[in-house]
Ligand binder design. Structure first.
Ligand code: SF4
Ligand code: SF4
Length: 178
C-alpha cells in the first residue's frame, strides 16, 4: 500500500493559481470556497528579505487531529493514507475545522466538511491530482513516500525541504522544496 505525499518546488512555483482553478473545476467546489489556495509571505530579516509564494492545501497529515476529533467517524484515513470525509456520516459540527492547524477545511453548501482529497478519484484511476497535472511549471510532485524510486522520494532525498507548521505535531505529508 503506498503512502501518498506531495512536494511543491518553491523555485519553480510562480503563484499563477492554475492549481486553484484546476481543483475547483475537477472537484466542483462551491463558488465561494477553495480546497487549495496560493498565499504569499515574507521570509528572512532585513535586508535579506524575500517573498515566498506557497500553494497550500490539506497536508494529509499522518497524525491528523481532524480525524481524531471527529465525533462521528466521518473523517477517516483511506487507502494510501489520504484523509477523507464520509459525507453520509458528517453532521457539519465543525470539530475538524477547529482541530486542523492548517485551516484546510470548510463546510460546503451541503453542510458537509470538505477539503483536498489528493483527487483520490483520479489517483485510483492511475492519474495525478488535477493540480499536479495542470501546473504549467511542473512545480508539483505527487507520489509514494514509501517508494524510494518515486519522483517524490528522489526529490525529497536530493533537495532541502520543509513542511509547514511542524510544531503542530501532525506529521504533514506536503513538503516544499527550497
Ligand atoms: Fe486534517 Fe488539517 Fe491535517 Fe488536512 S491538514 S489532514 S484537514 S489536520
Ligand atoms: Fe466529523 Fe463532519 Fe463534525 Fe468534521 S464536521 S468533525 S467531519 S462530523
Amino acid at each position: 500500500m503506498p503512502r501518498y505525499g506531495m512536494a511543491i518546488d518553491l523555485r519553480t512555483c510562480m503563484g499563477c493559481a492554475a492549481c486553484v482553478v484546476a481543483c475547483k473545476v475537477e472537484n466542483r467546489v462551491d463558488e465561494d470556497a477553495f480546497r487549495c489556495r496560493v498565499t504569499q509571505r515574507s521570509r528572512g530579516e532585513f535586508p535579506n528579505v524575500h517573498l515566498e509564494i506557497l500553494s497550500e492545501r490539506c497536508n494529509q497529515c499522518s497524525d491528523a487531529p481532524c480525524v481524531w476529533n471527529c465525533p462521528t467517524g466521518a473523517s477517516h484515513y483511506a487507502d494510501g493514507g489520504i484523509v477523507l470525509v464520509d459525507s453520509g456520516r458528517c453532521t457539519g459540527c465543525k470539530a475538524c475545522l477547529a482541530a486542523c492547524p492548517y485551516d484546510a477545511r470548510f463546510i460546503n453548501s451541503r453542510g458537509v466538511a470538505e477539503k483536498c482529497t489528493f483527487c483520490v478519484h483520479r489517483v485510483r484511476e492511475g492519474l495525478q491530482p488535477a493540480c499536479v497535472s495542470t501546473c504549467p511549471s511542473r512545480a508539483m510532485i505527487f507520489g509514494d513516500l514509501d517508494d524510494p524510486s518515486s519522483g517524490l522520494s528522489r526529490a525529497l532525498g536530493s533537495r532541502r525541504h520543509r513542511a509547514l507548521k511542524p510544531e503542530a505535531g501532525t506529521t504533514p505529508n506536503l513538503f516544499y522544496l527550497e
